[in-house]
Design a protein around this ligand. Structure first.
Ligand SMILES: NC(=O)c1ccc[n+]([C@@H]2O[C@H](COP(=O)([O-])OP(=O)(O)OC[C@H]3O[C@@H](n4cnc5c(N)ncnc54)[C@H](O)[C@@H]3O)[C@@H](O)[C@H]2O)c1
Length: 313
């Protein structure tokens, strides 16, 4: 990967780790972000790096830069943020994809789309392989994100078929780690912040629904490997950690790590909340020789210490 690399959404949680990894391996990185959910704090430590450049830009508008690789991550990822302005969320996914694909076409760049396990919706198949088409509500409150990401995938594959663009599509499953937004309503940050503040831990439903959690360093490694696969290998490819935990198990782990006496309180399940979500990573294992290495306890420990530091708790 010798060319200049563009990371859209580079000031966000995953994007900032990706920029850091790319810089550490000697790449010239252009980070583009409108700071909707990302923050300059996530990339302050990179600003003095000679090969790092930041541009405030909204991907729903065209962008003209010379790059050889594009990682398209710009999009709010948590329900509280993507439901704040759902029309803008769909625009970010769809117009953002059109603009970044147009850029890739003009400058003949290779482009990777950060898609999501949400394209599987509330799945009837468990775990979900890439061949599963999903079960998504097109008119619900999560649809702006789910359908936006599905349409972005469609655009990527149409640019591939119609214009022979060099595309890669990854489907990211729940990822956690330092620099997650403290108020994004996602379960890992919620539990940690509530435990650190000594507040009640909110469990939606009975807490037996399961999720899998991938540590951000593992995910970034998978993204980099996918970007460097041979031309013509497009994906989609699942990236996530297949280890499955109930919300109650996660809460217990967080309470133990924080040493908190917070109580668990139950609230009704949000609309369209999937009961189970677990990646089938057979393809990533064989094609990328990739599998997550960081176990949940170690990853949570790093994340707890990040939130302790940044929240001063
Ligand atoms: N974190 C996860 O568990 C997860 C799971 C599946 C998919 N993803 C995908 O990975 C990507 C990164 O997610 P994240 O968790 O780092 O979220 P994040 O919200 O921290 O990062 C998204 C970044 O995109 C920026 N952004 C949003 N709209 C933009 C726009 N119109 N123009 C320019 N920048 C814009 C935000 O300011 C932010 O910096 C997203 O595309 C998300 O859908 C994440």
């Amino acid at each position: 990967m010798s060319d200049k690399v563009l990371v859209t959404g580079g000031a966000g949680f995953i994007g900032s780790h990706l920029c850091e990894r790319l810089l550490r391996s000697g790449h010239d990185v252009l980070c583009v972000d409108n700071y909707f959910t990302g923050t300059k704090r996530n990339i302050t430590h990179l600003l003095n790096e000679p090969l790092f450049e930041v541009m405030r830009h909204d991907v729903t508008f065209p962008l003209y830069v010379e790059v050889g690789r594009i990682f398209n991550l710009a999009c709010p990822a948590s329900p509280v943020h993507y439901q704040f302005d759902p029309v803008q969320t769909t625009k970010t996914s769809v117009h953002g994809a059109i603009n970044m694909l147009g850029l890739a076409k003009r400058v003949k760049a290779r482009i990777l789309q950060a898609s999501t396990s949400e394209v599987y919706g509330d799945p009837e198949i468990h775990p979900q392989p890439e061949s599963y088409w999903g079960r998504v509500n097109p008119v619900g409150i999560r649809s702006c994100y789910d359908e936006g990401k599905r349409c972005a995938e469609t655009l990527f594959f149409d640019y591939y078929r119609q214009h022979q663009l060099d595309i890669k599509v990854i489907r990211i499953f729940n990822t956690y780690g330092p620099r997650m937004h403290p108020n994004d309503g996602r379960v890992v940050s919620n539990f940690i912040v509530q435990a650190l503040r000594g507040e009640d831990i909110t469990i939606y439903g009975d807490g037996t629904q399961t999720r899998s959690f991938c540590y951000v360093d593992d995910l970034v490694e998978g993204m980099l490997r996918m970007m460097e696969t041979e031309k013509g290998f497009t994906g989609p490819i699942n990236l996530g950690n297949p280890g499955e935990f109930t919300m109650l198990e996660l809460a217990e782990k967080v309470l133990a790590l924080v040493g908190s006496k917070s109580k668990l309180v139950h609230k009704p399940l949000p609309q369209d909340d999937p009961r189970q979500r677990q990646p089938d990573i057979t393809l990533a294992k064989s094609k990328l020789e990739w599998a997550p290495k960081v176990n949940l306890d170690d990853g949570l420990r790093e994340t707890v210490s990040y939130f302790r530091r940044t929240l001063g708790l």
